[in-house]
Design a protein around this ligand. Structure first.
Ligand SMILES: *Cc1c(COP(=O)(O)O)cnc(C)c1O
Length: 365
């Protein structure tokens, strides 16, 4: 048995997502790029590569990882490139997407060998969290003034428009895209490609994939563009768990169980977005609050129901540990960093990476 804590990537689940990505590509003609900021566990890239066209990035290092470990089409985006990064970035990328006209002005001459694009901020989004809303007031994420963008349209070949966030509502997607078509159609008709970004939850249960495909195809036909999607969460949703072991239990008015992990260190988004973890099947007469082992008082995964009382040595699987989870793990409290393991479709589990004291020490000096 692999020692906990570890992230366990389930290949069968990953393949189910990949099959839907592949079907959407086939039906719509859109290309799909993995958004590395969501998931960058490169040891499973060989299982994703046949079903996706490449990667998109948010920094020089993600860009390089995409080029070296995934291959295919490599889009380079960054909120702001530094002068000392740009030549290296251009060396890895097929397309570079500038966040502002200012960055385009500054770097276009050094990006002559590849295609150049601009981030268009449509001023709408589906995020319920201000923190994650690209259209929040005074957002720095992209240009939104169409008159200003029109003045540089002959210097770019495409737009990136990322405005969805775990949007499982096709009707909403459809209406918002129509709004974008109406407001920016004049610009969209003058470029060769448009990336609609990520955040469309098309691998979810019951999502009308065919309707989405038809909508994307209609958009592509109307403006004569190659459409790109940049799925992060949708590509890997439900494809990994965080495997932990109970170290101690106590009754402080509630039954508590302390595990060999920490939400702050290993599932940070739960803390940031104040969401409970998921433990399945979450049924039975014994309710426990599952707590992390860092010394942060609020390091709590949530309260869940179990068929038997928990005791030291019991193992638990925390669900949904792929997206925005492994990429955010950190060394807070020096808690042992989860290893990374892969469960093959035949059920065998294989350890692919473990981290030790040397890695902890090497992260600082
Ligand atoms: C975050 C992000 C994505 C991926 O978003 P998901 O919600 O994980 O699909 C895609 N493109 C851009 C520009 C992003 O910032």
């Amino acid at each position: 048995m692999i020692q906990t804590p570890y992230y366990l990537i389930d290949i069968a689940r990953l393949q189910a997502n990949m099959a839907r990505v592949a079907r959407l590509r086939d039906l719509s003609g859109a290309k799909a790029l993995l958004a590395l900021k969501c998931f960058a566990t490169w040891s499973v890239f060989d299982r994703m590569r046949p079903h996706m066209d490449g990667t998109t990035s948010s920094s020089l290092y993600e860009l390089r990882l995409g080029r070296e470990k995934f291959g295919g089409e490599t889009h380079a985006y960054s909120v702001a490139w530094a002068d000392h990064e740009i030549d290296e970035a251009v060396g890895y990328a097929d397309k570079i997407i500038f966040n502002t006209i200012g960055q385009l002005d500054r770097f276009e001459a050094r990006a002559q060998g590849i295609q150049r694009g601009l981030r268009l901020n449509p001023g709408i989004s589906t995020s319920g969290f201000d923190l994650a809303d690209p259209a929040r007031p005074f957002s720095r994420l992209g240009e939104w003034d169409s008159a200003k963008i029109a003045t540089v349209i002959d210097r770019i070949s495409g737009f990136m428009i990322h405005y969805n966030c775990e949007n499982a509502d096709f009707g909403l997607f459809d209406r918002q895209l129509t709004d974008i078509e109406n407001r920016f159609g004049n610009l969209l008709g003058q470029v060769q490609w448009v990336s609609l970004g990520g955040g469309i939850h098309f691998t979810g249960e019951g999502y009308p994939l065919e309707a989405l495909a038809a909508r994307l195809r209609a958009f592509a036909d109307r403006f004569g563009v190659q459409v790109y999607l940049e799925p992060g969460e949708a590509a890997i949703t439900r494809a990994a768990t965080l495997e932990v072991t109970v170290l101690d239990t106590l009754d402080n008015g509630k039954q508590l169980a302390i595990v060999d992990s920490s939400i702050e260190a290993h599932m940070l988004d739960l803390l940031i977005y104040r969401e409970p973890a998921k433990v399945l099947p979450n049924a039975g007469p014994h309710r426990f609050m599952i707590c992390g082992k860092s010394c942060l008082a609020g390091d709590i995964f949530g309260e869940f129901d179990f068929p038997e009382p928990l005791k030291p040595g019991d193992r638990l699987s925390i669900q949904d540990a792929a997206g925005y989870t492994m990429v955010k793990k950190n060394w807070f409290n020096g808690v042992k960093m989860p290893s990374i393991a892969i469960r093959e479709t035949d059920g065998t589990e294989r350890l692919v990476r473990s981290f030790g004291y040397e890695d902890f020490a090497a992260a600082l000096s």
